[in-house]
Design a binder for this molecule. Sequence first.
Ligand code: NDP
Ligand code: MG
Length: 398
Amino acid sequence: MSIFEATWPEANRPEVLRVAILGATGSIGTQALDVCRKHSNRLQVVALSAHSSVEKLCALAHEFKVKHLALSNEDYRSAAAIAQLDAGVQLGFGNQAVAELAALEEVDLVLVSVVGAAGILPSYTALINNKILALANKEALVCAGDLLMPLVKPGKLIPVDSEHSAIFQCMMGTHPQYVSRIWLTCSGGPFYGKTVDELYEVTSAQALKHPNWHMGPKITIDSATLMNKGLEVLEAHHLFNVTIDDIQVLIQRQSRIHSMIETTDGSVMAQLGPSDMRGPIQLAFSYPERWEAPTDPVNFFELGSLDFAPADDKTFKCLALAREAGRIGKTMPCALNAANEVANLAFRQGSLSFLQIAHVVEKVMELTTVQELQSLTQLVEVDKRARALTKQCIDEVI
Ligand code: NDP
Ligand code: MG
């Protein structure tokens, strides 16, 4: 018997976990469904949502025999694919319908893998309905962490973002009071090592080619600007109650170390594994159990070396801006996030250059009046105002 067995808490979880996957048609959603296929004896998919990929959603509903569906984009109410749905399937429309899936009686765990601030409402709904929240969507904590974290009960929020899953795993067995620092690793993205001059001309097609991860378009661009890492600093700050300045961003080009914690006595714990999101997704479903790996393990003989470097937040200014928004707190991170969502899309659509993303976000932060954070309704207004401001700023710079 291991010396730990006697003290290990019992896994109090149902034999078959009933899951809702919100954002089922995206990169995380698709990989989550892969995990559900692999472990169909332990996971039952009971609710699914998408934004506008109606055909894909209907096909998934048929495959997994899901009765509860939602499409956040209301324009698809009369899409032809809907007529093909099996009898008894309920399909709701709009953001509220997506959030309602998170409250369903027959749901045990809600994976929030929608993109952007749209993740706030379903995350909130999952928490107040006492579901396990498997959270991939980082924007929810960035914008509303101060409102969401007080609602979290023990074991009810499991991070899916790979770095935060890594920190979560490193912290098992260490009391949070002894964690002095978090080393948040970062691949550096496709433009690692480039100078400002070299970044003037980069295109969205180049930015969409991430060296180590295949992800949705918004996060891929955020990874190129390092806004993704900035958002992750704020996410870690809320999840683990560590100050913004005790979270160090560390370039780890191979994306093998997914993050590390440092304890007050100078010890460092790292979590390593394949660069495949099915790992952290599966852990969020299986926790505190560990199931058969969804991927090939790392071969350390082939890996060779691990490299480390500081992140360049002078060139990749979005990282510094996100940290600054985190230090200011209150409603500022929500404004930063909204500005980034709009600027990120404008870059993908070719109406803003790569370097202008940071410029526009900075401008919106300067023009934002910070308020005490009080409610989700207030955040809807802050988000709306920041988006409008960002569009104005974009019109001015182009
Ligand atoms: P994708 O763009 O691939 O997928 C997004 C999903 O959300 C799709 O199902 C999409 O539906 C749906 N969606 C899009 N817009 C809305 C909206 N306004 N309201 C509700 N649902 C919407 O994104 P990813 O899977 O890459 O990322 C999802 C979240 O997970 C993000 O917050 C990201 O930061 C986080 N994350 C992603 C990682 C990754 O490896 N991809 C890693 C770590 C975190 P439709 O298909 O119909 O458009
Ligand atoms: Mg991440």
